[in-house]
Design a protein. Structure first.
Length: 95
């Protein structure tokens, strides 16, 4: 199932985001290679990273939840989980 993930950062999380970014990017690259992350990028406001948006494709909700539970931006309290959004989507197939 494909999902759009919208994850705004907690207030004043930029330093923590930058501190754990390498682990986040390494995990994302692995999931991109596996086809689990379709595309991803930072949300930007006033030239500053304030969150993330991802298109993901997981076989089951359990697999999606396992990724979320182990994502470095979650485990290190970067993303504001009170405002975390998971939206089911159906993306156009790649040409």
């Amino acid at each position: 199932m494909q999902y759009l993930i919208i994850a705004y950062d907690n207030d004043n999380a930029l330093d923590k985001r930058l501190e754990v970014r390498d682990a986040h990017v390494a995990g994302a690259k692995k999931l991109i290679a596996e086809g689990k992350i379709i595309n991803a990028g930072a949300l930007i406001e006033e030239d500053q990273m304030v969150g993330s948006t991802l298109f993901v494709d997981f076989e089951t909700e359990d697999e999606l939840n396992d990724w979320i539970d182990n994502e470095p931006y979650v485990t290190n309290n970067v993303w504001n989980m009170d405002e975390f959004q998971i939206v089911p989507v159906k993306l156009l197939p790649k040409a």
